[in-house]
Design a protein around this ligand. Structure first.
Ligand code: ADP
Length: 219
C-alpha cells in the first residue's frame, strides 16, 4: 500500500514541527507558507517546500493540494486566513483536513465548514501540564472522546505487592487495566493474579470522572 502523503500549510512552531516529524518518519510532505524565510527553514527536511498564499484558490489548485491524503492547516494568528484556507481545501475535495484552532469559537466555525478534525495544541498542552501538577502519578493522558480517556498511572506505593484482582479496579471504579508496563516490557494481557511491582506503570481506560476518582484514591 502506498504511503500516505501530507501537506502542511503554515510553518509556525506547530506546523513546522508537524511537517518535520512526518518527513523524518519517511512520509512525503508538501510544506506551504507565504513567508519565504519559513519555507527555507524546512526546505532541506521536507519533500517539497513552497512559498504560496493558501487563500489563493488557483495557487492551491496549481500545487495539486487536493491529491494529498491529509492537509494540516496550521495558520495561527490569522483566523480569517485559516477559515478561508479550510473552505478552499474543502471545495477542492481534500479527503481529510486537520486544522489548528486559536480558540473555541474559531474551532466551532472550522467544524461547521467541514474540517475533519480541529486541534487546540495550546489548550491541550495547558490542560496536560495542569493535570500533571495535580496528579503527578499520571504520566500520560489520552482523550478518546469528551468523556473517556486512557491514562498511564505510575503505581503508587499503596498498590505495590497487590495483584489486579485485589485492587479490583474494574469493580470499584468501572475502569479497565489494559496493560502493565514494566521497564521496556509491555504486558498487554495482564491476568488477575498479576502482581504489581514498584516501578510498574498501569495503562487504564475509563470514564473521566471514574479515572479522576481512581487517581484521587491513590494520590
Ligand atoms: P504558531 O503559533 O504555530 O507558531 P504562527 O501564527 O506563528 O503559528 O504561524 C503561522 C504561519 O502561517 C506563519 O508562518 C505564516 O506565515 C503562515 N501563514 C499565515 N497566513 C498564511 C497564508 N494565507 N498562506 C500561507 N501561509 C500563511
Amino acid at each position: 500500500m502506498a504511503k500516505k502523503q501530507f501537506a502542511v500549510i503554515g510553518l509556525g512552531r506547530f506546523g513546522s514541527s508537524v511537517a518535520k516529524y512526518l518527513a523524518e518518519m519517511g512520509y512525503e510532505v508538501l510544506a506551504i507558507d507565504d513567508d519565504e524565510e519559513r519555507v527555507q527553514d524546512v526546505a532541506n527536511i521536507v519533500t517539497h517546500a513552497v512559498s504560496a498564499d493558501s487563500t489563493d484558490e488557483e495557487a492551491m489548485r496549481a500545487l495539486g493540494v487536493r491529491n494529498f491524503d491529509v492537509v494540516v492547516v496550521a495558520i495561527g494568528q490569522d483566523i480569517q486566513a485559516s477559515i478561508l484556507t479550510t473552505l478552499i481545501l474543502k471545495d477542492l475535495g481534500v479527503p481529510k483536513i486537520i486544522v489548528k484552532a486559536q480558540n473555541e469559537l474559531h474551532g466551532k466555525v472550522l467544524s461547521k465548514i467541514g474540517a475533519d478534525k480541529v486541534v487546540f495544541p495550546e489548550r491541550d498542552m495547558g490542560l496536560r501540564v495542569a493535570h500533571h501538577l495535580i496528579s503527578p502519578n499520571i504520566l500520560e493522558h489520552i482523550e478518546l472522546s469528551p468523556d473517556y480517556s486512557i491514562v498511564e498511572l505510575k503505581v503508587p506505593s499503596s498498590m505495590v505487592g497487590k495483584n489486579l484482582k485485589q485492587l479490583d479496579i474494574r469493580v470499584k471504579y468501572g475502569c479497565n487495566v489494559l496493560a502493565v508496563k514494566r521497564g521496556s516490557d509491555m504486558n498487554v494481557a495482564p491476568r488477575a493474579d498479576e502482581g504489581i511491582d514498584a516501578e510498574d506503570i498501569l495503562v487504564i481506560v475509563g470514564r473521566n470522572e471514574q479515572l479522576t476518582k481512581l487517581e484521587q484514591a491513590y494520590a
